[in-house]
Write a protein that binds this ligand. Structure first.
Ligand SMILES: CC(C)(COP(=O)(O)OP(=O)(O)OC[C@H]1O[C@@H](n2cnc3c(N)ncnc32)[C@H](O)[C@@H]1OP(=O)(O)O)[C@@H](O)C(=O)NCCC(=O)NCCS
Length: 233
């Protein structure tokens, strides 16, 4: 029943609920805003959000890489070791959380994860695939990680099967040494091993380092997405 105000009413309810949930002390000195995403080709959604007072804050590219094309060999730098993200290994899981908080500290829209949230984010819930995820350790410290998921409900509509790169990060001290490339290729090999056709991910258009990494490995743009925000403090 498009065009009858159902979406508008639902969004108004969500915004009101969002305002209620934001306690006065939540953001400290930082601005608090409600956030949602919409693919740019869904113009009715953009219109709805704009009419409700949201504005476009950031832009991201959705990319995919055909896994039938050969993958390069990318060795790990000497002295480091790579392991599968074993959900039963609490020390490893928490090491990946700390590496993530460090790697994404300056990334727009990213907040540090507490241990419980992190478990939910990477280990449980629909689509989570720790078996397709990896960490790189320097001694006992996690210095890089890739967290993957598979979302079969999307596949019929989009027309291809896909391993999804949920999170990829390298701590500052270890960047530029090939770890990002190593992990991404390792993850793509696991997707190909599952018989999946493509690797997919989303990346902020203002992240040239990540974009360089992805295009260098054969990822191609397949769509754009906008992050919409509405200030509530
Ligand atoms: C993006 C990120 C994962 C890259 O990891 P990395 O280990 O530093 O990357 P690599 O050393 O494997 O570099 C591979 C390619 O990335 C690109 N790259 C690396 N450093 C770069 C820099 N300073 N400027 C531009 N491109 C760069 C290049 O294309 C490079 O290929 P080259 O060595 O042939 O030039 C890392 O910078 C990071 O964790 N950033 C913060 C979190 C983040 O943005 N994650 C991705 C979100 S989508």
């Amino acid at each position: 029943m498009p065009g009858r105000g159902v979406g508008r009413a639902l969004l108004a309810w969500q915004v009101a609920r969002g305002r209620e949930l934001v306690a006065p002390d939540v953001g400290g000195d930082r601005p608090v805003f409600l956030r949602t995403y919409a693919e740019d080709h869904l113009t009715d959604r953009s219109r709805l959000l704009r009419a409700a007072g949201f504005d476009a804050r950031r832009f991201a590219v959705s990319m995919r890489r055909d896994l039938r094309d050969p993958l390069p060999d990318v060795p790990l730098p000497d002295g480091l070791r790579a392991v599968e993200l074993d959900p039963a290994d609490d020390v490893l899981v928490d090491g990946v959380r700390r590496a993530h908080n460090e790697a994404f500290a300056g990334h727009w829209g990213s907040e540090p994860f507490e241990p419980d949230d992190w478990r939910r984010r990477v280990l449980v819930g629909p689509g989570r695939r720790p078996d397709l995820s990896r960490a790189v350790l320097d001694g006992e410290r996690v210095v890089a990680y890739v967290v993957s998921g598979t979302y079969p409900d999307d596949w019929a509509a989009q027309g291809w099967t896909e391993g999804w790169v949920d999170l990829l990060g390298v701590v500052d001290s270890h960047r530029g040494t090939g770890l990002g490339r190593h992990l991404l290729v390792a993850a793509m090999r696991t997707y190909a091993g599952e018989g999946l056709e493509y690797a997919g991910l989303g990346v902020d258009v203002e992240n040239p380092r990540a974009l360089g990494l992805y295009t260098g490995l054969g990822f191609e743009e397949r769509g754009r997405e906008t992050s919409w925000g509405l200030d509530v403090t």
